[in-house]
Design a protein around this ligand. Structure first.
Ligand code: CTP
Length: 471
């Protein structure tokens, strides 16, 4: 089969010409070919294999590009990279590769194209297109990768035990591709992942998180998390989530399975947001339920303060996975911490409760509503409709309260300096007390968020505290 039409970008002719000048063969391989056949849009990455030195080929290609881009060389890996327009092109020499047991540092020897294809992760990622002048665009598909693309199957070129133990991250890549592409992992492969799941510990956290993020960014993330669970990988990387699995029953009283509930929430939120961190919040919103679960004869199952516990767990989880401990993490914590607020409020939508919600959630109040709407997983159509309607009312009230009281990014209408001036005070605790009273009165709707009303309240409160107004 010939795929010349996949190689219309000028760069492929330049690579072909450069390889000819060096008397070596070269091929496009991997994701570019796969995604072209799947019509997944134009790739931003191209992987080139040279039968010879990838670094030399990269340098020759750079010479043949009019603006002569810089070549970045990674000597230890024998690879080189350059940028052409907005595409990253990576060059590697064909390798016959095996990895030593307890790290993923490869022991490398030069090899043929077939050797190189053998050591790739999946048949659908081992497809190569010839870049030589004579066979330009010819497909080389020794493992029937095209058939697997058609049948939507993830399968390793070699015995899966070998492929996965060469680089255990591939176990997560299999699951990530299955999620992104909605493919099935072939049974032998799935069994091999189950057998090898412990080896995921030798992989750096950063690489694991890249795959988790890609699963979360997919259209239906639950596919990936169910597979992570089924293969036993989940308990190694996100034990907080595995701990949510299961239903306990005491005296005929059950609680819901919070793992499957969580996955429903993540799938529900996916069409409504591309914000990766809001998706993380959906994934983690109930993690505090495992450690706070209690049963009492009187009230049945409870998860007291699970939101608070959960938000503390978010920090520990991010730290363990070497994820950023910055405002993204704080955002996830805040969402988890506040995740039950709107649902409580929706039972009885009062102005002051909405004002407090907007005050506490600040700029993230819309994200919080999106999370809480996704959290409605009841199978009772009557309740489903009722909860959604209530949230609609909450959303309307948020807009209303916002227009009137602008509490979203609350700025006190009277500053500490103004209070000090009014009562001729030095910095003291009375200033804080007065500010708190004003803020509370605004949130309760007793006074509008305006200077004059706040000033009057300040005078009244000052008097109550025994302060004298300065002349
Ligand atoms: N590859 C591999 N084993 C890995 C990582 C990558 O065999 N652990 C090979 C595969 O042939 C893959 C190619 O290297 O197609 C490029 O890897 P990468 O850029 O990570 O993935 P893509 O397949 O391009 O897909 P995506 O861009 O979606 O990550």
């Amino acid at each position: 089969m010939n795929y010349k039409h996949a190689l219309q970008n000028k760069i492929f002719k330049i690579i072909s010409q450069s390889a000819k000048e060096l008397h070596l063969d070269s091929y496009v391989i991997g994701g570019f070919v796969r995604d072209f056949i799947l019509e997944r849009g134009t790739a931003k990455d191209i992987d080139i294999v040279a039968i010879g030195s990838g670094i030399e080929l990269a340098k020759q290609v750079a010479k043949n590009i009019p603006n002569q881009p810089k070549v970045q060389v990674f000597k230890t890996y024998g690879t080189a990279m350059l940028r052409y327009e907005d595409i990253e092109i990576e060059f590697v020499g064909a390798r016959k590769e095996s990895y030593n047991e307890d790290s993923r540092n490869p022991v490398v020897e030069n090899g043929s194209l077939q050797d190189d294809q053998n050591r790739r992760d999946f048949t659908i990622n081992a497809l190569a297109l010839d870049l030589s002048e004579e066979n330009f665009g010819d497909l080389l598909d020794p493992f029937q990768g095209i058939e697997d693309l058609d049948a939507k199957i993830i399968k390793t070129p070699l015995n899966p035990d070998i492929t996965y133990s060469d680089d255990p991250l591939r176990m997560m890549r299999a699951i990530r591709f299955a999620t992104q592409l909605d493919f099935i992992i072939e049974k032998d492969s799935l069994d091999a992942i189950k057998r090898n799941n412990e080896r995921i510990h030798i992989i750096t956290k950063e690489r694991i998180v890249v795959e988790l993020n890609k699963i979360l960014e997919s259209k239906k993330p639950s596919i990936g998390f169910l597979l992570l669970e089924e293969t036993g990988l989940l308990k190694h990387i996100l034990p907080e989530l595995s701990a949510l699995k299961g239903i306990d029953e005491v005296d005929g009283q059950k609680h819901k399975d919070n793992f499957y509930h969580t996955l429903e929430v993540v799938d529900n939120i996916a069409p409504n947001t591309d914000n990766l961190w809001l998706r993380w919040a959906a994934l983690l919103h109930d993690i505090g339920k495992a450690p706070t679960k209690r049963f009492s004869k009187k009230v049945g199952w409870t998860f007291h303060s699970h939101e608070f516990e959960g938000s503390k767990m978010v920090y520990r989880l991010f730290k363990r996975l070497k994820m950023p401990l910055n405002d993204k993490m704080k955002f996830v914590q805040k969402m988890v911490f506040m995740s039950s607020r709107p649902i409580v409020l929706a039972q009885d939508v009062t102005d002051s409760a909405v004002r407090r919600l907007v005050f506490d959630a600040g700029e993230y109040v819309d994200d919080l509503m999106t999370l809480c709407e996704a959290d409605i997983t009841t199978k009772n159509p009557h309740k489903f409709k009722k909860y959604h309607n209530n949230f609609k009312i909450v959303r309307e009230k948020i807009v209303e309260v916002e227009e009137r009281d602008s509490v979203r990014n609350f700025q006190p209408p009277i500053s500490g300096e103004e209070i000090m001036k009014a009562f001729n005070l030095k910095p003291s605790k009375e200033i804080g007390l007065i500010k708190e009273v004003i803020k509370e009165a605004i949130l309760e709707g007793e006074i509008p968020n305006e200077f004059d009303a706040a000033f009057q309240l300040m005078l009244k409160e000052g008097e109550r505290l025994g302060l004298t107004k300065s002349e």
